[in-house]
Design a protein around this ligand. Sequence first.
Ligand code: NAD
Length: 330
Amino acid sequence: MKIAFFSTKSYDKDFFETYHQQQGVSFKYFSASLSKDTVALARGYDGVCVFVNDHLDAATLEQLAEIGVKLVVLRCAGFNNVNLDAAEKFNINIYRVPAYSPQAVAEHALALILTLNRKTHKAYNRVRDGNFSLERLQGFNLQNKTIGVIGTGKIGASFCKIMKGFTDVLLAYDKFENDEVKAMGVEYVSLETLLEKSDIISLHCPLTPETKYLIDATSLRQLKKGCMLINTSRGALIHTGDAIEALKEGKLGYLGIDVYEQEEHLFFRDLSENIIQDDQIARLISFPNVLITAHQGFLTKEALQEIAKVTFQNILDFQAGKENENRVSK
Ligand code: NAD
């Protein structure tokens, strides 16, 4: 099996090289992202290995099928970037890595909370500059604050476990209650109650037509004034324009995001010498109470090891025609 990698970064290569030319599988790494404009690079390969911002729309999948590609292995959990109807139509098999390390993402959500709250990023820069003043660095205790968790699957559950170390007041909203989360003493409530009562809200549900803009002007109006909102899931869970308005009004007290709706034009690249054309991210960056990381929740040694291991197994299982629960279908 010859697999063409798209959107390859040094850390992908570092972890996938272990499996290169093992058991009849070989890899070729391309830095380009996959779209209908770059699909020709996959000619001569049996499968493609892609990440969160590669475009697997109907046109790309049709062209992949035309050049004989039968397999798409996602080195991520989310698959909102894949048109599953088209994949079925063009007989392309999609596999993902559903749970490479829920802790990695949950711990990153905590990093965003603590940084925003205790302003360690600002203190670090101040001290390096010889500025030892504490003015405007005040935070708040997390103890006894109400934490709201939207989506209590693998990452949400891991996040609840971590936050139990800070507070006993945890609220959750999900379409399906998770017994593991209930056993921790987390209380399931309606979305409205969670929005109204939480001091900090963390989003851990997938992006679906139902969850797109879950956080918009209407839901932002329901927040407790000064609430902290954290998003490590997918950018389009939040309506960015509405969040900017809520930040300007002070309704939203803090915003920590590891994902951004238009991230595919920005994230995973060094654009430091470029003029940023995206006015919304430029506005977000300008707020003192907004913290943005460029989709790095997954970026731990343990998670990358697991992604490479499971992706390789997905390729082997496909090759052997074996049933595998990581296969994504409609
Ligand atoms: P999961 O499938 O285990 O859990 C998702 C939960 O969301 C489920 O409990 C589901 O019932 C719930 N849900 C679905 N629709 C909902 C709705 N309309 N309202 C409320 N809850 C709803 O997924 P997971 O492994 O916990 O991952 C969650 C998301 O995290 C992924 O979909 C992905 O987008 C994101 N993610 C981000 C990174 C990163 O690096 N930042 C890495 C991995 C995953």
